[in-house]
Design a protein around this ligand. Structure first.
Ligand code: TSX
Ligand code: MN
Length: 588
């Protein structure tokens, strides 16, 4: 068995790496992906034959049911293998790179026997943009290949860029379980491994998106965060949106939220205020760097949406539903009797009967969810009706405001602006969210998730904060303003804020602040709105914007403990911000 007789690439290091992968994994066949429609349809056909895919009663769309133990990212099996454990930091699982390499080589030896190895060249970011990065994923999962076709710029153009000698991140992936012919082979003993110093990714045992589509969380966040640190830019877990006022003034916002806060919903918002328009640049990841004028410009490194299906419905995100009208892959959703998909929250009325995500009969009264809470859709971003014309501009869009959010039922106000960049970094560092039913563990517990990067930062968290502070000290930079938002504050009688399309009222305030127009009052926690457009709503604005002094004093103790858990790389500036906040609250 050998590589196909033609020379598939002029890139010598790529040929060597693929040759080594072939020798190690011993596939029956090697296929270099061109990204064509014919190739996509052929692979979908193979997946249907294998029982992995079921064709759906919507154009060119499929449903996949995963193995019930392969439904989410595996954070406790995700590793950062830097030479020094100090560089991975206390928030990552560290392993010695040499020892890990030996153990991976054992796992991957002969792992692709009986299977085809696919070589998937891809670009994160528009092809040819100086901000983009190339990767090559080698995988034995045709599900990963067809998903990568929507999520990245995959195929011949990326291969041609590699022919010209460009660098790439090698991404070796196997689902494991050789000889397993079930619809979703995988291995119980999964591991997702990153070598930040040599910029390599190895992923074993899982076919699930976050573990198997290596361009996304592994490359565009964990590896890219290290590249960004070394090269002076930012790789962030942020949506990017374009906000146009009734007067036609445009602001670009980048916003970080932990999971279960409705980030994709915000990226595709349908505003309730007349004349305001929200368009999408990206829904999950932003790569930002300074241009020659000192403005921070952002690109979306992805080409597709890999969104949580449950909760995506006509009321919460009609634009996402419109994007899913065809050419979509659904994973772990339920199938209706008329051959379409369904999930909790898609429609108000559930179907009378469905086949659930495990393939079993389901009725509304069964007490089990029809779709897995982490069921997903995969679709090209271009299909979303909200995409901005410039979403693929290789130069990116200039960011006017950075927004940090979280799910907090108490203490954190609806919106505030940071006093300055350093205070903004402090607000990012103390981000947190109360856990929902969808997340593992206890419900309603506060989980810190600084910059929404806790599972995605490829290096030490204290060093990451220091990198953000360094960005803010750049000479001649026109820095974005920084804000924090919280759609989830509650009173005894329920949500204080209607959320969804009405969030545009908060975006309006942010937009006006960027022009120095909207008014704010200085408080120890930040700059709070003196007025917000709540015409037509009956909301308790005082409760939404109240500085909860006792709540914050309690919060400060929690932040102190959290900071202590990050170790001695925590920048002194942030400790000082915490002291300043304490003093500000005490002497009022
Ligand atoms: O996505 C959400 N957003 C952002 C929208 C752009 N969700 C869903 C969160 C889970 C993914 C929200 N849920 C938001 C929100 O702004 N707000 C809430 C809480 C909420 C839920 C329902 C109502 C109000 C607030 N409305 C009624 O109960 C009628
Ligand atoms: Mn995400």
């Amino acid at each position: 068995m050998a590589i196909e007789p033609f020379t598939p690439s002029a890139n010598a290091s790529l040929l060597t790496w693929v040759g080594d992968a072939v020798s190690l994994c011993e596939p029956d066949d090697v296929h270099w992906c061109d990204g064509s429609t014919e190739e996509y349809e052929h692979l979908c056909g193979l997946l249907v034959d294998a029982g992995t895919f079921e064709p759906l009663a919507r154009p060119n769309s499929y449903l996949a049911r995963s193995h019930p133990g392969d439904v989410a990212r595996v954070e406790d099996r995700t590793f950062i293998c830097s030479r020094s454990p100090r560089d991975a930091g206390p928030t990552n699982n560290w392993r010695d790179p040499a020892e890990m390499r030996t153990s991976l080589e054992e796992r991957f030896a002969g792992v692709m026997r009986g299977r085809t190895m696919y070589v998937v060249p891809f670009s994160m970011g528009p092809l040819g943009s100086p901000a983009s990065r190339l990767g090559v994923q080698v995988t034995d999962s045709p599900y990963a290949v067809v998903s990568m076709r929507w999520m990245t710029r995959m195929g011949t153009p990326a291969l041609e860029a590699l022919d010209a000698g460009a660098d790439f991140v090698p991404c070796l992936h196997s689902i494991g379980a050789p000889g397993d012919t079930s619809p979703w082979p995988c291995d119980e003993d999964k591991c997702i491994v990153h070598f930040p110093e040599t910029r390599e990714i190895w992923s074993y045992g899982s076919g699930y998106g976050g573990n198997a589509l290596l361009g996304k969380k592994c490359l565009a966040l964990r590896i890219a965060s290290v590249m960004a640190r070394d090269e002076g830019w930012l790789a962030e877990h942020m949506l990017i949106l374009k906000l146009t006022s009734p007067e036609g003034t445009v602001k670009y916002l980048a916003a970080a939220f932990p999971s279960a806060c409705g980030k994709t919903n915000l990226a595709m918002l349908a505003p309730t205020l007349p004349g305001w328009r929200v368009e999408t640049i990206g829904d999950d990841i932003a790569w930002m760097r300074f241009d020659d004028e000192g403005r921070l410009r952002a690109i979306n490194p992805e080409a597709g949406l890999f969104g949580v299906a449950p909760g995506t419905g006509t009321a919460t995100n009609p634009n996402a539903l419109a994007a899913l009208a065809g050419n979509a892959i659904f994973t772990n959703c339920a199938r209706t009797d008329d051959g379409d998909v369904w999930w909790e929250g898609m429609t108000i009325e559930p179907p009378a009967h469905a086949i659930d995500w495990r393939g079993e009969h389901w009725t509304p009264g069964s007490g089990r969810p029809a779709a897995h809470p982490n069921a997903r859709f995969t679709v090209a971003s271009a299909q979303a009706p909200t995409m901005a014309a410039e979403w693929e501009d290789p130069a990116g869009v200039p960011i006017d405001a950075i927004v940090f959010g979280g799910r907090r039922s108490t203490v954190v106000p609806l919106v505030q602006e940071a006093h300055d960049w350093e205070h903004g970094v402090f607000l990012g560092s103390i981000m947190g969210s109360e856990t929902t039913a969808a997340a593992a563990g206890e419900r309603g517990r506060l989980r810190r998730d600084p910059f929404a990067m806790l599972p995605f930062c490829g290096y030490d968290m204290g060093d990451y904060f220091a990198h953000w502070l360094r960005i803010g000290r750049r000479e001649g930079a026109h820095l974005p303003r920084i804000f924090s938002v919280n759609w989830f504050r509650k009173s005894e009688s329920g949500w204080l804020w209607p959320g969804f399309g009405d969030n545009v009222r908060v975006l309006e305030w942010i937009h006006r602040r960027c022009d120095g127009a909207a008014l704010a009052v200085d408080t120890p926690i930040g700059l709070l709105p003196t007025s917000l457009n709540v015409d037509g709503l009956s909301v308790d604005l005082d409760a939404l914007l109240r500085v909860d002094r006792d709540g914050w004093l309690g919060e400060i103790e929690l932040i102190r403990d959290f900071y202590a858990s990050l170790g001695d790389t925590l920048p002194t500036e942030l400790q000082r911000q915490l002291d300043t906040l304490r003093k500000g609250l005490r002497c009022r």
